[in-house]
Design a protein around this ligand. Structure first.
Ligand SMILES: Cc1cc2nc3c(=O)[nH]c(=O)nc-3n(C[C@H](O)[C@H](O)[C@H](O)COP(=O)(O)OP(=O)(O)OC[C@H]3O[C@@H](n4cnc5c(N)ncnc54)[C@H](O)[C@@H]3O)c2cc1C
Length: 383
């Protein structure tokens, strides 16, 4: 007898696990999650865990606000500690144009009740006294942003989903998507087929490959991103905000008493997730140029993962036009951890009721053929 389910979710990163959990909370459907490797082994496990509300589009702000509330409720709702640390986010402006953008965005974000403010040199000196600021004109700071623990959060969703009856199969790769009678009919996997009338592509950076299995062009590509961490630094005992050097496309934050900073970014798409140790000296030089105390710091660890980039650097969410039963929740373009909780809730609403409590229709796949893509300037420049 072939296996059956009502809904198959492909991928057990934060997005797939959050979708599965929220489907299970609403009840009534037999949900199966298929993960080719282990839960949280993809981009989510490599994430820096950053969570911010500083976005320029209303939709991204709403996804952040909803997700932030969900992170805060996790101890009660999931029985886990997401290790959320509200250290704040600080964007540094090098040019007048950047500062003007930050000013207008701060006004926009304040309308949602976000306690964001433009900060002066003196403010920044207090927040990050050891950072070189002579070329920085100002910044924008939100004290309620921060970071959390990707593994704990994803496992929290996975465990809660399992308790509610979801089956999560690790080391079971989806190899094909079955089309029958003009709609989705299930999936082929490394351990046999599963019949299901709803299939969700939550494959993160592999979202394009999974889309192709159904004959659908899902424009999500992987780009390698790297992170390095140092040993403890006395200056970091008072933890700094997650600080983004917007002009230079570089960021750092505290990590266990040391510094976590971004490494090189590939401009060519690939699935390469090896750490580029050969260019470590260049990465460190870039870091030392902004944070001179890092010159003597010991590099403890480095890791690399794939960003899940769409053509407009925004997620692709929703039903696929022309293929009933096939849904996309992929291409988060570096924001998938922070938006994962809300994405899961909204996708569950969409699949089970056809309606969502936040209108995510602007993020549908159709925007790439109609040219109605979403512009989001409050983000690091990606691919
Ligand atoms: C270095 C780095 C730093 C980042 N920092 C941040 C940050 O600070 N804040 C933030 O919000 N985001 C950050 N991100 C982005 C974030 O990690 C992703 O947007 C998010 O994790 C995407 O979640 P996901 O569940 O869609 O994808 P994933 O976590 O990649 O999950 C998809 C899963 O699908 C599985 N899969 C793929 N193909 C198949 C198949 N055929 N069959 C079965 N399973 C399959 C994969 O194994 C994987 O486990 C960062 C990413 C990287 C790489």
């Amino acid at each position: 007898m072939a296996e059956t389910a009502d809904i198959v979710v492909i991928g057990a990163g934060i997005v797939g696990c959050s979708i599965a959990y929220h489907l299970a909370v609403r009840g009534g459907a037999r949900v199966v999650v298929l993960e080719r490797d282990l839960i949280c082994s993809g981009a989510t496990g490599k994430s820096g865990g950053g969570i911010r509300q500083l976005f320029a589009t209303e939709l991204n702000v709403r996804l952040s606000l909803e997700s932030l509330r969900m992170f805060q409720r996790m101890p009660d709702e999931l029985g886990i500690d997401p290790e959320f640390r509200p250290v704040g986010y600080l964007f540094l402006a090098t040019t007048e144009k950047e500062l003007t953008l930050f000013r207008s965005q701060a006004e926009f974000q304040q309308r949602f009740g976000i306690p964001v403010r433009i900060v002066s040199h003196a403010d920044m000196r207090r927040l990050i006294p050891y950072v070189r600021l002579d070329d920085i004109l100002g910044g924008v700071y939100c004290p309620t942003d921060g970071y959390a623990a990707p593994y704990e959060v994803t496992m929290g969703y996975a465990s809660a989903a399992r308790r509610l009856g979801v089956r999560i199969h690790e080391r079971r790769r989806v190899t094909g998507i079955v089309r029958q009678a003009g709609r989705v009919g299930g999936v082929e996997t490394s351990c046999g087929p599963i019949h299901a009338l709803v299939v969700v592509n939550a494959a993160g950076p592999e979202g394009g490959l999974v889309g192709a299995m159904a004959g659908i062009d899902v424009p999500v590509k992987p780009y390698r991103r790297q992170i390095f961490t140092t040993g403890p630094l006395p200056e970091f005992s008072n933890e700094p905000p997650l600080t983004i050097d917007y002009h230079r496309n570089w960021y750092f934050r505290g990590e266990q008493g040391g510094c976590l900073f971004s490494g090189p970014k590939d401009n060519e798409s690939s699935f390469n997730t090896n750490v580029d140790w050969e260019h470590l000296a260049e990465s460190v030089a870039k870091a030392v140029a902004r944070v001179p105390i890092l010159e003597t710091a010991e590099i403890k660890r480095g890791w690399a993962g794939s960003y899940d980039i769409s053509p407009d650097n925004n997620a692709i969410l929703g039903a696929v036009p022309g293929l009933p039963g096939f849904y996309l929740a992929t291409g988060h373009s570096g924001h998938g951890f922070m938006h994962g909780p809300a994405t899961g809730k909204l996708m569950a609403e969409m699949i089970l009721t056809g309606k969502t409590s936040i209108d995510v229709s602007p993020l549908g796949l159709g925007r790439f053929s109609t040219g109605k893509t979403v512009r989001e300037p409050m983000t690091m420049h990606e691919a």
